[in-house]
Design a protein around this ligand. Structure first.
Ligand code: AMP
Length: 210
């Protein structure tokens, strides 16, 4: 199954992507993680993306479309994939359609802006493997240490409150229109992501079966 996860930054797409990844044994592809990796290794693409990302803006469409084209061509995507954080604009969704990639389901995780700001200030990510935690809602076994790879947990620069506000503005202007884009295609499933992670997970798994 080919799945897109939509939702504001901090809505919990990454966590639900991990759930689906385990449930269906298909890879989860996060453009944000790919860009952060490129930034760390100082590649040309990473250099291009750096300022956009740090200011909470979207990286130009041609750059992310290139990333996705390359990633979806890899062998592990043959039996399906989850896109976490792509597409984020109408031109990106159109590019996916033009590539002939058939999307089965678009799961939109809905969370109010106020909750997003609260959640993101407590979010911590592993600087080695990118796994996501929260100081209140998803604590690691040992404080500051990743359960999966023992890497150090840090706050992302773009999770600082001012950047979060900019990212939400960008989300409402450029990404939210994708909901009606996919609703018209009959692929949109809305998942209420406001409450406990367990509830969101239950609703996500239900949406997969619908
Ligand atoms: P994320 O980890 O998904 O929240 O992404 C972090 C940042 O990476 C975003 O704020 C953007 O700057 C950039 N980014 C990730 N995915 C995309 C995309 N599909 N289009 C444009 N920029 C993106």
């Amino acid at each position: 199954m080919n799945i897109i996860l939509l939702g504001a930054p901090g809505a919990g797409k990454g966590t639900q992507a991990e759930v689906i990844c385990e449930h269906l044994s298909i890879p989860s592809i996060s453009t944000g993680n790919i860009i952060r990796e490129a930034l760390k290794s100082g590649t040309e693409m990473g250099k291009k993306a750096k300022s956009f990302m740090e200011e909470g803006k979207l990286v130009p469409d041609d750059v992310v479309i290139g990333i996705i084209k390359e990633r979806l061509a890899q062998d592990d995507c043959k039996n399906g994939f989850i896109l976490d954080g792509f597409p984020r604009t109408i031109p990106q969704a159109e590019a996916l359609d033009k590539m002939g990639v058939a999307i089965d389901k678009v799961i939109d995780i809905e969370v109010a802006d106020e909750s997003i700001v609260l959640r993101m200030s407590g979010r911590r990510v592993c600087e080695t493997c990118g796994a996501s935690y929260h100081i209140l809602y998803k604590q690691p076994k040992v404080e500051g240490v990743c359960d999966k790879c023992t890497g150090t947990l840090v706050q992302r620069k773009d999770d600082h409150p001012d950047t979060v506000k900019e990212r939400l503005k960008v989300y409402h202007e450029q990404t939210e229109p994708l909901k009606s884009y996919y609703e018209k295609q009959g692929k949109l499933c809305i998942v209420e992501g406001q409450e406990d992670v367990k509830d969101t997970t239950r609703l996500t798994l239900k949406a997969l079966e619908a």
